[in-house]
Write a protein that binds this ligand. Structure first.
Ligand code: G6P
Ligand code: MN
Length: 446
């Protein structure tokens, strides 16, 4: 089995490779092709992978390339994990929105729209080429904003593209641990869009255990989402929101915290990651050790400003263990390649799973996965407030797709203006001007 990773010079690659090294099943990945537009980054990551593979028998063979077509040909699976515009672009997405007093974040609000406008044309080109050069391949999309980008790619690949995010897994794992139940056997009733979902129930041995959590303020105060949102609000909602909903429910506080911060997350990562890649150029640098230290620092500071704004304190050590991102990816590939039936929360075309949205809208819901792909499970309706948000944000995503397709500046303005976290059409117009000036990737808007 051959896996191609687009964005193969990315920092999270060693997580995926670590999971591949631990996979002893028949039909596992034996060849890994890493593609990146930056050969230097590829080399850096390859050094970490070589350290990881030392002493592991039958480690997957790693090939590096900067030629996209060569990378795609012969692939059984394609992971798309690119960052159009790099961390420089992410920092600009954040900074420009915050300067207008609205949320500047990687995937949410104005920042996420800018990132989407930049990424969709590139993702669609990748999808078109994959359909041509590797028509039998399954594409697993990690590229953010993952729901929107998966929907863009599905226009060319149909249900052969499946989007992944680790946040629902992380949420499920934290809630299960708090309740003292095994996350492997529990059923998580989670639904919404990527970074915009709610956990409404946790079924174990035929019983919904979530009401027990919602009734216990002490338990609610003992895990990340409980501390972030506060017990009162979780009890009002009667559900546990994805951590990204903190940007909606406490928008004013997060915008203030982000604006007052010395650096945005993107600017911090630009420096931190820049240091890592430079360090990797030094002969004899301890690759795996340096990567691991950088990773630990990155994870420990994840959403630090939100936690600060919420008075949530440090991130619990138990939440720092990895296991989301790469585990979902491996489980998904195994289920498809070996027809090992499993259930995973994934981003797929709706096909009736989530009532108010049309069949082609990509949603994030539990899916049954087997050799035929990911089949969304129909879920109970979202409550009115959640339906409202989901429909509003999906409408914004559709404006982004329309803008990318037509090159229409007006559609791009509409995308910003219709977002629930952008409070004026005038702001939307200025955002389009400022983002167009900052990002060469938005030159297509007329
Ligand atoms: C989570 C989300 C990803 C997101 C990442 C950002 O893992 O699910 O979609 O890209 O956080 O983390 P970062 O360290 O880049 O701020
Ligand atoms: Mn995500």
């Amino acid at each position: 089995m051959r896996l191609t990773v687009l964005g193969g010079g990315g920092f999270r690659l060693p997580l995926v490779y670590g999971a591949l090294l631990g996979d002893r099943t028949e039909g596992r990945i034996t060849r890994l092709v890493l593609h990146d537009v930056d050969a230097g980054r590829l080399g850096a990551v390859a050094r970490v992978l070589a350290d990881q593979a030392a002493g592991v028998p039958d480690a997957p063979e790693v090939t590096l390339t900067t030629d996209l077509d060569e990378a795609l040909r012969g692939a059984d699976f394609v992971f798309s994990a690119i960052r159009v515009g790099g961390l420089e672009g992410r920092a600009a997405d954040e900074r420009i929105a915050l300067a207008e007093g609205v949320l500047g974040q990687e995937t949410v609000g104005a920042g996420g729209i800018a990132y989407g406008l930049r990424t969709v044309p590139v993702a669609e080109e990748i999808a078109r080429r994959t359909a041509r050069l590797a028509p039998g391949a399954w594409v697993i999309n990690f590229t953010n904003p993952a729901g929107l980008v998966t929907e863009a790619m599905s226009r060319h690949l149909g249900d052969r593209v499946i989007g992944i995010c680790d946040s629902p897994v992380g949420l499920g794992r934290r809630v299960a641990r708090t309740l003292g139940i095994d996350p492997e056997t529990a059923w998580f009733d989670y639904a919404g869009l990527n970074h915009l979902g709610w956990l409404r129930g946790v079924r174990a041995a035929g019983r919904d255990e979530l009401p027990r959590l919602l009734a216990d303020r002490e338990l609610l105060g003992s895990f990340e989402e409980g501390r972030l949102f506060g017990a009162d609000w979780l009890q009002s909602l009667g559900a546990i929101p994805n951590e990204y909903l903190h940007y909606y429910y406490f928008n004013r506080e997060t915008v203030r915290a982000y604006r007052d911060a010395e650096r945005t997350r993107g600017a911090f990562l630009r420096e931190q990651q820049g240091r890592f890649y430079r360090e990797m150029e030094r002969p004899g640098a301890p690759a795996l050790e340096t990567w691991d230290r950088t990773r630990a620092e990155r994870e420990a500071t994840y959403m630090a400003h939100n936690r600060e704004a919420a008075g949530a304190g440090e991130r619990a050590a138990s939440d720092l263990e990895s296991g989301g991102y790469e585990k979902v990816a491996l489980a998904l590939m195994g289920a498809i390649a070996q027809d090992r039936r499993t259930t995973l929360i994934l981003n797929v075309r709706n096909r009736g799973a989530l009532a108010p949205l049309d069949a082609d809208a990509v949603v994030e819901v539990p899916c049954l996965v087997d050799a035929n792909g990911a089949h969304p499970v129909s879920v109970s309706p979202l409550p009115g407030h959640a339906t409202g948000l989901v429909c509003a944000v999906k409408a914004v995503e559709r404006e982004v797709l329309a803008a990318a397709e037509s090159g229409s500046r007006e559609r791009a303005v509409a995308a910003f203006a219709l977002h629930p976290l952008v409070d004026s059409v005038a702001v939307a117009r200025r955002l389009v001007d400022a983002y167009s000036a900052a990002h060469p990737g938005l030159g297509y808007l007329r």
